[in-house]
Design a protein around this ligand. Structure first.
Ligand SMILES: Cc1cc2nc3c(=O)[nH]c(=O)nc-3n(C[C@H](O)[C@H](O)[C@H](O)COP(=O)(O)O)c2cc1C
Length: 266
């Protein structure tokens, strides 16, 4: 029996549901699995576990920023079995490659890699008060994730496997989009040009509830920021204390939804 830690990030819930299914597949073979959502803070030390899994949504053809930050802190994998799964809507790009490359560079021994169709991101959903397709992932994807967990367990028991090929790298136009949604751009450009529009109807909807790591506050409920002193404040600007890093995590989708251009006299 191995002790496994699955560290994941899930803005809309699909990666979480897949993580739970992978965990079920591993548990069915007698392994003990702990799940940790990066939105809840730093995960436990992976040194206490025999196996480390990373679950991550594709955000602009790369892993979500919070997962990249976690990967950067990782050390001491030397030979530890690791696995990766990535959720995506249409085109995964380098998301899986980046996670797998980081785990490999830190000495992890890859046990498996899988991609799963998650939620489609379609602005029309906003009319219904949500940003993601709520029925995803499909029951097929969940069953597939459970099987993936079972395959991992068999590999842990010694069965051989051919490592999955890396995904093809995205063409230049995707890399441009990646740059335009990079942390640098968000910090240097969007944070200077936009502010949160607290009057926006969108803020009153479920969109706020699914923002990455619940980074922005709901205007009436004042929840979600992690900084109670800011709860329900009249204005939250992207360059306020602490808000820049939250804005970074929120990314450009959320920016499009809740940020409005600064007026000239602001
Ligand atoms: C900011 C953002 C960027 C995204 N970028 C991509 C992408 O590059 N390729 C893709 O196929 N899906 C992309 N998606 C869709 C997500 O990968 C997909 O909805 C996934 O299931 C979300 O996982 P979650 O529900 O755990 O947050 C993006 C979603 C968001 C919110």
């Amino acid at each position: 029996m191995s002790r496994c830690l699955i560290v994941f990030f899930s803005q809309g819930g699909t990666t979480k549901r897949v993580a739970q299914a992978v965990s079920k597949g591993l548990s069915a073979h007698g392994h003990e699995v702990d799940l940790h959502d990066l939105s809840d803070g730093p995960p436990p030390d992976h040194g206490r576990y025999d196996v480390l899994g990373i679950g991550c949504p594709a955000h602009y053809y790369r892993p979500a920023i919070i997962v990249c930050d976690y990967l950067a802190t990782l050390s001491g994998l030397s030979g530890k079995p690791v696995f990766t799964f990535v959720l995506y809507a249409a085109y995964v790009g380098d998301a899986g490659n980046v996670v797998r490359g980081a785990l490999e560079a830190k000495g992890g021994n890859e046990l498996g890699y899988a991609r799963f169709r998650g939620a489609g991101r379609f602005l029309g959903y906003l009319r219904h008060g949500y940003q993601f397709s709520p029925a995803d992932p499909s029951s097929d994807a969940i069953a597939e994730a459970e099987r993936f967990g079972g395959d991992l367990a068999e590999r842990l028991a010694g069965s051989t496997h051919v490592p999955a090929a890396h995904d093809p790298s995205p063409p230049a136009v995707y890399r441009l989009e990646r740059f335009l949604t990079s942390r640098f751009f968000i910090r240097q450009v969007y944070s200077r040009l936009f502010r949160v529009d607290r009057r926006s109807d969108l803020l009153a909807g479920d969109v706020v509830d699914v923002l990455a790591v619940h980074g922005l506050q709901h205007p009436e409920r004042g929840e979600g920021s992690g900084d109670p002193s800011r709860a329900g404040g009249p204005q939250e600007r992207a360059d306020d204390r602490g808000a820049t890093s939250r804005a970074e995590r929120v990314g450009a989708t959320a920016a499009a939804a809740v940020l409005r251009p600064r007026s000239c006299n602001e």
